[in-house]
Design a protein around this ligand. Structure first.
Ligand SMILES: CC(C)(COP(=O)(O)OP(=O)(O)OC[C@H]1O[C@@H](n2cnc3c(N)ncnc32)[C@H](O)[C@@H]1OP(=O)(O)O)[C@@H](O)C(=O)NCCC(=O)NCCS
Length: 185
């Protein structure tokens, strides 16, 4: 039976986040100090009504096994870009569900005229980085020691997927200019 991708209800979001492992929540959550219950409550109450987020649930045999989102900005300057995030329940990882859910989420963004999807991922989350590279995300930058939680600092990698641009040459030119400036210090 294949994966069904659809908008989850509040109670499905709540049950999914309540059942997530600490590791999955730790890598996904933007609320590092919150406990599982408060994250589940916050997401299940706010998200289904949030007009600046499109959310997707991945269901296997009727059970929600994954969740992804696209977050938009109300600013007109940001109208072409959106932020992406994903989490698959730990016992369902490694079965290709992350790949399917990511691609469906990205297809939605592409079909809705977005030009760029960006995300952030911790530098030690190698499985996620591998997934993102596999589906076409490029590294945009590394933010050093910018996240402190659970007693340690983590670096954050910013990645992006472009639908109608190939930024490699322009990026190389900018990095070249910057390193020349540093040489003159
Ligand atoms: C990252 C995550 C979404 C991947 O989902 P998944 O369903 O396990 O991934 P898939 O089985 O679809 O794998 C797709 C690809 O991702 C990569 N990948 C995923 N997990 C990996 C791991 N643990 N180690 C190495 N590569 C991995 C591989 O390239 C894989 O393709 P391949 O099997 O052809 O090599 C999932 O592990 C997860 O939810 N983690 C916790 C939350 C999280 O880290 N979210 C991302 C926050 S930025």
């Amino acid at each position: 039976m294949s994966l069904v991708i659809k908008k989850p209800s509040s109670s499905q979001i709540y049950s999914f986040f309540i059942s997530l492992s600490d590791t999955a929540l730790y890598n996904f959550s933007i609320y590092p100090r919150a406990n599982r219950k408060s994250v589940a409550l916050r997401l299940s109450k706010a998200l289904p009504k949030d007009k600046f987020q499109k959310i997707f649930g991945a269901f296997y045999m009727g059970k929600m096994v994954g969740y992804s989102f696209l977050k938009f900005s109300p600013k007109s300057t940001d109208k072409n870009i959106c932020q992406f995030g994903i989490v698959i329940g730990e016992s369902y990882q490694g079965k290709g569900y992350g790949d399917v859910l990511s691609k469906k989420t990205i297809d939605w963004a592409k079909n809705n005229k977005f030009k760029k999807i960006w995300l952030t991922v911790y530098s030690d989350n190698l499985g996620a980085i591998k997934l993102y590279k596999k589906i076409g995300f490029q590294t945009e930058g590394i933010f050093m020691y910018n996240w402190y939680s659970h007693g340690k600092f983590r670096h954050t990698i910013s990645m992006a997927l472009f639908f109608d641009k190939e930024p490699s040459l322009e990026r190389k030119r900018l990095w070249g200019n910057l390193s020349k400036m540093q040489d003159h210090r």
